[in-house]
Design a protein around this ligand. Structure first.
Ligand code: ATP
Ligand code: MG
Length: 777
């Protein structure tokens, strides 16, 4: 065995080494808690496979995010050499199944150039599917039923949008469960069956698949086409999967078929399963035991990542879950470390100010100030909670990572992407409509009237948006538009033609993107700048500046060209002259994957930046210092609009507890858990109910002030700020006014005097929420 391999295997502990060195023909299951070296052991396992003579090009490693994939490639590269690491296939489920579907597009009724529909395009296809049903309703023998369900929605845009949302969810569920339109018909769900059928037909006619289709189509390819099955067996002689707990039933089915040779290693932790809303199903562990009966199971129980205090606190929390497949006793030899800081803040602004101050304090303790930023993360439940931090970090010149979804959801970026899509065959109507909306130099309502008219014509004539627009603007159809409006429309049609020619002529996608961005009118760009009111003045959100947006996009192009494209190109052996369209398509696929991942952090190229990320995307990662922010009952657990049975609610609560568990176990040294007292509308918020489950002796409540003091401040503030924004609170915060004891401390220790005051305050201010929280029994 090469010396580097030996050195790595020696660095593992006995159990980890036993797992890595298990006979490669034995199906292996490694189950362990966070920070116990599962991913590290998986690296050892890959080295073992290589050592046993399996060629790197025959090894498939599945990770949950593209960032985790590149991190793993780097780690293996450092031991086995870059050339070997490059030959390995380390991929996410989606990107792997996408490649498989692309190679066999024709078997799925598509060309290999098929488009992938992201959320936006899926919504447009759903709208189209409902529209088709509306038109066809009189011809349908179940017309009465359909009219009852969908009546008048065409004339009511809001109602139509809500309906589309509902059906989009329905289609997603149908695809995750693998149910067909015929099955829904049998079950008596005529409308569901018809919408699903229309939706699938639309995607097929547009040469598109959506994200849900990728896995089910891969399963179909393996089960219906023996030659594809054989090809996969020949290609993937050994498979390793990290984060197995988040594998869906459909993904498991796919894995099981790929691993017919039984050379499979799965690595996971049921306590960290946080994707059930996406179909993740921990019963995969049970299926694995049944499907691979000669499996070996190894449990790791030593946490190397976190201080003892963090390990104990997290273990106490997770013990409150009743549905756990594998009970784990996690231990650590690490020092006890400092206590977990619990902090309640007045509102999100105060919370943000606290975190910024702490980060500055921490950085002043480092010898090179910048070095520390990469060791800090701020984790939140929902993307929106990251917004205040972005602004504050920008003001205080703290570098941070906020790439990913926040970026790709910007309207300007979506417009550029839509413009690029129009040059590809089978472009969806939604992209055309977005381009018209962006490029027409008219007021909002005028644009809306024009776009509604194009949609109406396309529905009546059953033609595409583009051909309806062409007919309208070339005056083939009489309409009610002014001459100037027709001229604008014609100009856009010309721009679309220019984009198409540009893509055929130009060889570099960076140049294409720059040219396309330059076609966007200044007026539209200005409209997109989010204007935030600050103390009567305005602040432009500089992120909407086209130059920085473009720079981000071009950075992604170069990252894509240097990493992903090489893999894709090698597989497809595409000829040079077809290059640009192919590269552009691959780039759009890549961006969609990034958007899908919702990834808020790129650790590799932003090592010296604070990471801002959702908890979901933090899985598998670790930082010295972690701030979990807005740990409120409205966020963790996120219960609003949840309408389920008692059983569903119990399951949901357990998943939400796992989410907090994942968040806490990302920290190596120092953990801060913050929650806020009220939202921006002065509505009281409750701290997360899970915080009570963290043993008090492991926590430290920072900077307490008396309740009376707080109340006086609050009353004064409320009067003062009755007519202005909560910005004033930020100033007040400087005087530590936001610091109050943790709720369990308050509830346990408050005197009857305090309670009376609280009750009076609540009554006087008509604050039932406050009253509920603090009233004396
Ligand atoms: P998670 O469940 O969060 O994905 P994990 O079980 O995959 O965690 P790793 O990320 O592999 O854990 O390891 C956690 C940390 O512990 C890493 O910093 C890793 O380098 C370190 N580590 C793992 N095994 C050992 C070991 N045997 N000796 C020292 N450090 C180790
Ligand atoms: Mg891991």
């Amino acid at each position: 065995m090469p010396e580097e391999y030996l050195k790595y295997l020696k660095s593992l502990n006995d159990r980890q080494r036993e797992a890595a060195c298990t006979d490669i023909s034995t199906p292996l299951m490694i189950v362990a808690g966070p920070g116990s070296g599962k991913t590290s052991t998986m690296v050892g396992r890959v080295l073992m496979l290589l050592n046993e003579g399996i060629s790197p090009s025959n090894i498939l490693a599945m990770t949950f995010t593209t960032a985790a994939a590149s991190e793993m490639r780097e780690r293996i590269g450092a031991i086995a050499g870059k050339a070997t690491a490059k030959e390995l296939t380390i991929s996410t489920f989606h990107s792997f199944s996408l490649q498989l579907c692309r190679s066999h597009g024709e078997k799925l009724g598509r060309t290999s150039e098929f488009l992938i529909y992201g959320q936006g395009q899926q919504r447009n296809a759903i709208i189209e599917a409902i529209r088709l049903l509306e038109i066809g309703k009189s011809e349908n023998k179940d017309g009465a039923l359909l009219i009852g369900e969908l009546s008048n929605s065409l004339n009511n845009p809001k109602q139509f949008k809500d309906k589309a949302k509902k059906w989009q969810k329905f289609v997603a569920q149908a695809k995750a469960s693998g149910r067909t339109s015929a099955e829904y018909r049998k079950m008596g769900n005529e409308i569901g069956a018809a919408i699903l059928k229309n939706y699938n037909n639309i995607l097929k006619s547009c040469n598109a698949l959506d994200y849900h289709d990728l896995i089910s189509c891969s399963v179909k390819l393996l089960s219906d086409f023996p030659e594809v099955f054989k090809e996969c067996q020949d290609s993937w002689k050994a498979i390793v999967i990290d984060e197995f707990q988040d594998t869906s039933a459909m993904q498991y089915k796919f894995l099981k078929m790929l691993a017919s040779h039984h050379k499979i290693t799965i690595v996971g932790d049921d306590d960290q399963s946080i994707y059930s809303f996406n179909g993740a199903d921990i019963s995969g562990f049970i299926s694995f035991r049944n499907d691979f009966p000669n499996y070996k199971e190894i449990r790791l129980n030593k946490n190397y990542r976190s201080t003892r205090c963090i390990v104990e606190a997290a273990s106490s929390l997770i013990q409150n879950n009743s549905k756990r497949c594998q009970l784990k006793n996690v231990l650590t030899d690490n020092s006890s470390g400092s206590k977990i800081v619990m902090k309640e803040c007045h509102n999100e602004d105060a919370q943000c100010a606290f975190v910024v101050d702490k980060i500055i304090e921490i950085s002043s303790n480092y010898s090179a100030a910048n070095c520390c930023y990469g060791n800090i993360a701020i984790l939140y439940r929902r993307q929106i909670s990251g917004k205040a931090f972005q602004m504050a970090f920008r003001d205080r010149k703290i570098p941070f990572n906020i790439h990913g979804v926040a970026f790709y959801r910007k309207k300007v970026v979506r417009t550029i992407m839509a413009m690029l899509r129009t040059a590809l065959p089978g472009c969806d109507d939604g992209s055309y409509s977005r381009v018209f909306k962006a490029l027409m130099p008219l007021e909002k309502d005028k644009k809306k009237r024009i776009i509604d008219h194009i949609n109406k014509i396309s529905t009546i004539r059953r033609c595409s948006f583009l051909s309806a627009a062409s007919d309208i603007f070339s005056a083939k159809i009489s309409g009610t538009f002014k001459r100037s409006e027709l001229t604008h429309g014609r100009k856009i049609l010309m721009t679309l033609e220019m984009i198409s020619k540009l893509i055929q002529r130009e060889k570099s996608i960076s140049a294409i993107i720059s040219s396309v961005a330059n076609m966007i009118p200044e007026k539209y760009l200005l409209e997109q700048r989010a204007v935030v009111d600050v103390d009567g003045g305005t602040l432009l959100n500089e992120d909407y500046d086209i130059r920085s947006v473009l720079q981000y996009l071009l950075d992604d192009v170069s990252e894509f060209l240097s990493t992903k494209l090489v893999e894709v190109k090698e597989e497809r052996e595409i000829s040079e002259d077809k290059g640009c369209i192919f590269v552009l398509k691959a780039f759009i696929d890549y961006l969609l994957e990034r958007e899908k991942e919702n990834f808020g952090a790129r650790r590799k190229d932003n090592e010296n930046s604070v990471t801002l990320t959702t908890i979901h995307q933090a899985k598998g990662l670790e930082w010295d210092v972690v701030f979990i922010v807005k740990a409120n009952d409205s966020e963790i657990p996120l219960l609003h609009d949840f309408k389920g049975t008692v059983k569903d609610t119990a399951a949901l609560l357990e998943e939400e507890r796992r989410l907090l568990y994942v968040a806490m176990t990302r920290a190596r040294e120092k953990l801060f858990i913050l929650h806020v007292m009220m939202d921006s509308n002065w509505q009281m918020l409750q701290p997360s109910r899970f915080l009570k489950e963290i043993p008090r002796h492991l926590t430290e409540v920072q900077g307490e002030i008396s309740f009376q003091e707080l109340l006086i401040k609050q009353e004064a503030l409320q009067k003062e700020t009755a007519h202005c924004t909560t910005d004033l609170l930020i100033k007040e915060k400087q005087s530590e006014a936001d610091v109050i004891p943790m709720p369990h401390e308050i509830l346990d220790n408050h005197s009857s005097e305090t309670s009376n005051e609280l009750a009076q305050f609540a009554e006087a201010n008509n604050r039932n929420d406050f009253l509920r929280r603090f009233s004396v029994e």
